[in-house]
Every structure is written in structure tokens, then in C-alpha cells.
Design a binder for this molecule. Structure first.
Ligand SMILES: [Zn+2]
Length: 301
């Protein structure tokens, strides 16, 4: 014999089913409604909205690349710089730190400067500037931001490159923040000048801010641009061999080639190596880099 509680439960369940089917239409149960709110593969952004599936054209020149250390420009985007050289796009590199902590070799700072000068020749750079900020000691300061602003204004690039915000090395991440802040400062000054020009009706053309791209050096970062470096990968390997002092510290050449190979995951099979970049939109450029990066990560959830 069912207990009185079982009988009441059975009647309640029947009443609930009737309520859910009133008017002929089945009403979603609370359980089904809750399930509809849970993440599922069909509701998440597909991979094609997170990664490029075809290679992109080169960004417009001239380029200005900010490298935290002598070698980052080559390991991170040596292929892109070689493609730019082939297309006669002028490229400029600024190395921010003295690289003094990159090993135990005698006269390491001078050695690394000589290495980056050799690499610059191979890469066909239009200019190379080496600053002497302390290795692992970069700080976001107004003085350093102003120094970056002066460099950007001097070169007048169409595209500026800096390390991705999710790089592991703290100098790489600080460089990203420095360049980001410098670009925002320049854009703010340009907007003020434009307002001043409009007020005075001079009719002078407003300078366009350079486009902003982050590049990957030692690990994968957010990307929305892919450059096919297949045809220059051997030349990139030759440029990487300029950095004896660093290649003797770790198997960087193999690691870089593996990262470049790994980036071809979504590419057609003929694309053998790639370098990934993130091209930031004007709306993103108005926000702090941290907020932009968190928005990009949120697309995965
Ligand atoms: Zn570095």
C-alpha cells in the first residue's frame, strides 16, 4: 500500500504535468529552463570567431616595433619583418632594455647590442634604437611613456607593434602597457589639436593615429591577424642564429619554430608557418589594455 505521502506526491506530479500542458502547449519545466541557461558547445562562440582561418595581408607601413629585449623582435615577428622587407615596407625597431640579465657571458650588454645590429642588417631595418632601461626593471612611468611618444612622433609609423598582454615575461607585459599608454596619449593630443584647428578653421589635415598590433614572443596571446611566414621561415631561422648569447641559454630557435608551426592549426595545409597578431579597434584603443584583454578572454565563455 502506498503511504499517504506517496499518494500526495503522485497527485501533485499529475497536477504539475496538467499545468504544464494547459492550453495544448507544453510549458518548459523549471529544470529545462535552468538547463537552457547552462553553457553548451552550441551556445559558445565558434572557433572561427576566435581565430583567423586564412592568412591576412601585411599591415600598412612604415612599421615601428617595440621589443623589450634584443631578440624579441626576431623571435616574435622576424617573419613579418622579412615579409615587410620583401614588400619594401620601412621597418623601425626600438629595444627598450639593456638585456643585462640574459646570461652570464662577459660583456653581455655589448654582445647583445652587436647581435641585434647583425639581426637588423638581415631584417633590413630602416632604423634600430637601443635604450638602456634595466632588464626585468621596466616601469610604467610618465617619463618613459613620453620617451615612447617622442619615438612614435619621430618615426610617424602607420603601424605600431608591441608584445601581447598575456606574455609570461613581466618586461614584455610592461612594454605592452607602455606602448598602449603612449598611443593613447598621442591620440589624445591629436584630438586636442584637431579641436583647436577646427576652432581656428585652419583647414589643416588631422593626423591619423597609427594602427596598433600586439605580437607573440614566447607564448600564445589573443590574435585576430595571421601572417603566412612559410616562404621566409628559413631566412627567419638565419636571423635567429644571430643571437648566439641567447640561443646558448635555451633552445629558443626550436621553441619559436614550434610556436610558429602551432599557429597554423586553423590554416590551409600549404601554410607551414605563421605569426599571429592582434589588431586593436579604435573602440578598444579608448579603453585600458587590461579591460580590452579581459573582454577578449570573455569571448571564450
Ligand atoms: Zn624578451
Amino acid at each position: 500500500m502506498p503511504s499517504i505521502i506517496q499518494k500526495i506526491s503522485s497527485i501533485s506530479a499529475r497536477l504539475l504535468r496538467r499545468k504544464n500542458t494547459l492550453g495544448g502547449a507544453t510549458q518548459p519545466s523549471a529544470e529545462a529552463a535552468a538547463q537552457a541557461l547552462e553553457p553548451s558547445s552550441s551556445r559558445l562562440n565558434p572557433e572561427s570567431s576566435l581565430l583567423p582561418y586564412t592568412p591576412n595581408a601585411l599591415p600598412p607601413g612604415p612599421w615601428l616595433v617595440f621589443a623589450p629585449h634584443a631578440d624579441d623582435e626576431t623571435y616574435g615577428m622576424g617573419g613579418a619583418l622579412l615579409l615587410a622587407k620583401a614588400q619594401k615596407i620601412k621597418t623601425h625597431v626600438v629595444v627598450l632594455t639593456d638585456g643585462a640579465l640574459g646570461g652570464e657571458a662577459e660583456g653581455l650588454v655589448a654582445l647583445r647590442q652587436a647581435e641585434v645590429q647583425s639581426a637588423a642588417r638581415e631584417l633590413g631595418l630602416a632604423s634600430l634604437v637601443c635604450w638602456d632601461e634595466p632588464d626585468r626593471g621596466l616601469t610604467v612611468s610618465e617619463a618613459l611613456i613620453d620617451k615612447l611618444c617622442a619615438q612614435i612622433k619621430s618615426v610617424q609609423p602607420a603601424a605600431v607593434f608591441f608584445p601581447g598582454p598575456l606574455e609570461a615575461h613581466p618586461d614584455h607585459r610592461i612594454t605592452a602597457q607602455l606602448v598602449w599608454r603612449a598611443l593613447q596619449k598621442i591620440e589624445g593630443q591629436q584630438q586636442q589639436n584637431a579641436m583647436h584647428d577646427t576652432a581656428e578653421a585652419t583647414g589643416s589635415e588631422t593626423a591619423q593615429p597609427p594602427q596598433a598590433f600586439s605580437y607573440e614572443i614566447s607564448n600564445q596571446n589573443p590574435i585576430n591577424i595571421m601572417l603566412d611566414t612559410t616562404e621566409v621561415i628559413e631566412a627567419k631561422s638565419r636571423v635567429m642564429s644571430c643571437y648566439d648569447s641567447q640561443n646558448s641559454e635555451n633552445n629558443y630557435e626550436d621553441l619559436v619554430l614550434a610556436l610558429d608551426k602551432g599557429r597554423t592549426f586553423t590554416m590551409p595545409p600549404e601554410v607551414q608557418h605563421c605569426e599571429g597578431f592582434y589588431h586593436y579597434s579604435p573602440a578598444q584603443r579608448a579603453q585600458p589594455l587590461q579591460a580590452v584583454t579581459q573582454e577578449i578572454i570573455a569571448q571564450y565563455f
